[in-house]
Design a protein around this ligand. Structure first.
Ligand code: MMA
Ligand code: CA
Length: 264
C-alpha cells in the first residue's frame, strides 16, 4: 500500500521528467483530494472490521465443519461399536453352539460304542444260543431224555464200568453224576442194574465222581458199600430201584447197563 506522503513525493519526482504545468495542476488536484483527514481512520476501521468479520466467518465455518465432522465420526464410531458387539455376540453364540454340538457328537459316539458293544454281546449270545439249541435238537433226536438241565440216556447193552464210561464219552457225555434227591429219584425209574459215574479205584474208600469231585450226598443201600466177600468192589451201580437208597458197590469188570448224562 502506498501512503499519502509517498504518493506526494512520487508526484513531485514525476515533475522533473514530464510536462511541468500539467504536473503542477495534477499535484494541486492531489493535494486537494487528500485534504480530508477525517476519512482515513474510518476507512481503516472499516477494513479492519470487514477483515475481522471475514475471519470470524471463516472460523465459524471451520468450527461448524469440525463439529459436524466430529458428530458424524462419533455416530459412525458408535455404529461400528454396535456392529462389533453384535458380531461378538453372534460369534459367541456360534462358539457355544459348536461346543454343545461337539459335546452332543461325543455323547453320540459313546452311545454308539455302547450300542456296538451291546450288539457284539448279543451276537455272541445269539451264536451261543444257536449252538445250545442245535445241541438240544441233536440229543433229543438221538432219543435222550431231558431232566433238570441235563440229557440222560440208558444203554441197550451191558458192559464193564470202564467200557460204559467210554461209550458215554464218545457221545459227548459221561456216566451219570447224582447231586440231589431229585436226580436220585429220577435215576430209580430204570429197572435194570445200571452203572453210574462213581468209584474208589484210585484210593480205596475214597468215593469220587467222574468229574473229579468227592462224594458228599450219598444214597447207599443199607450195608453198602461192603466190598462183598472181600471182593474188590470199586464201581457203583443203582441196584435197589424200590428204595430211595439204591446204590451198591460192585466189581468194575462186571457187565451191567449204564446211564450217561450230558449237562447242558
Ligand atoms: C451181591 C452184590 C454185592 C452186594 C450184595 C448184597 C451177593 O452179592 O451185589 O455187591 O453187596 O449182593 O447182598
Ligand atoms: Ca457191594
Amino acid at each position: 500500500m502506498v501512503s499519502l506522503e509517498e504518493e506526494l513525493e512520487l508526484s513531485m519526482t514525476y515533475e522533473n521528467f514530464e510536462d511541468v504545468p500539467a504536473r503542477k495542476a495534477a499535484s494541486r488536484r492531489s493535494v486537494e483530494d487528500f485534504n480530508v483527514p477525517a476519512a482515513a481512520p474510518g476507512m481503516k476501521m472499516y477494513r479492519l472490521v470487514v477483515v475481522s468479520f471475514g475471519l470470524l466467518c471463516i472460523l465459524q465455518a471451520a468450527l461448524n465443519i469440525s463439529l459436524r465432522l466430529t458428530l458424524y465420526l462419533e455416530a459412525g464410531c458408535n455404529n461400528l461399536t454396535e456392529e462389533r458387539d453384535d458380531l461378538k455376540r453372534t460369534l459367541e453364540n456360534y462358539v457355544s453352539q459348536q461346543n454343545s454340538l461337539t459335546e452332543e457328537r461325543d455323547e453320540m459316539k459313546r452311545i454308539n460304542l455302547d450300542l456296538e458293544a451291546g450288539r457284539n454281546l448279543l451276537t455272541e449270545e445269539n451264536h451261543g444260543l444257536k449252538r445250545t439249541l442245535e445241541e438240544y435238537a441233536h440229543y433229543l433226536q438221538q432219543g435222550w431224555v431231558y431232566f433238570s438241565g441235563s440229557f440222560y440216556r440208558i444203554s441197550s447193552t451191558m458192559k464193564p464200568w470202564q467200557d460204559s464210561r467210554r461209550d458215554c464219552q464218545q457221545r459227548g457225555a459221561d456216566l451219570m453224576i447224582i447231586n440231589s434227591q431229585e436226580e436220585q429219584d429220577f435215576s430209580r425209574q430204570y429197572k435194570n442194574i445200571i452203572w453210574i459215574g462213581l468209584m474208589d479205584r484210585d484210593t480205596e474208600g475214597e468215593w469220587t465222581w467222574v468229574d473229579g469231585t468227592q462224594l458228599t450226598t450219598s444214597f447207599w443201600h443199607s450195608g453198602e458199600p461192603n466190598n462183598y466177600d472181600k471182593r474188590n468192589e470199586d464201581c457203583v451201580n443203582i441196584n435197589h430201584h424200590d428204595h430211595t437208597n439204591s446204590w451198591n458197590d460192585a466189581p468194575c469188570e462186571n457187565e451191567y447197563f449204564w446211564i450217561c448224562e450230558k449237562k447242558m
